[in-house]
Design a protein around this ligand. Sequence first.
Ligand SMILES: [Zn+2]
Length: 229
Amino acid sequence: MLYLDTDVHHGDGVQWSFYSSPDVLTLSIHQTGKYLFPGTGYVNERGTDDGFGYSVNVPLEPYTEDDSWLECFREVLDGAVRFFKPDIIVSQHGCDAHAFDPLAHTHCSMRIYREMPLHIHRLAHEHCGGRWVALGGGGYDIWRVVPRAWSLLWMAMTDHPHIERLGHEPLLPLPAEWLRAWTEESPVPLPETWLDPVDTWEPIPRRSVIEEKNRQTKELAMLYFPKRG
Ligand SMILES: [Zn+2]
């Protein structure tokens, strides 16, 4: 089993549970524990004894954005799947890496919550005969982030036509009945579209420095993966 944790916090509990076992590969991508609870998930936490190499961590810098997050996510996950050849993928879908989330300082948009499950779905079919279990996780902007992120996950898992459409039409409107039902209740203005209008967001200063540091982390995370060819 490959346990994949994309919650912005390190997947510490599952990692320590299987730390000495080569039967479960745990892979967690998160904001570095240097600045965020639970303070673990460093790249050198690789497992012990027979489990060495079966614990993989990708601790990213605060203010990481979509492109950098997805680059690290895809490369490390693809590498892990290639060498570990899981019979099943179990993924944890905390959605607190979003810029609106009040706990972390990661600056991703809803785009990662479309692209990550699509990628996992594809890998599950290519390598695991389609066996994939998806779980919820953290997410503390319950109005603007969680409903959209977990709907996108469900749409990716069930091949809903919207999920492909959002690739070229990111600002597809959310269902009017959902907006009608919750606008009054929500303490914050609700988003009107499935993905975020990231073009209107303030650019993050030091973007290139953050991307470069994350690239180094990604390489270190894959250091002990067997080389291809
Ligand atoms: Zn979390």
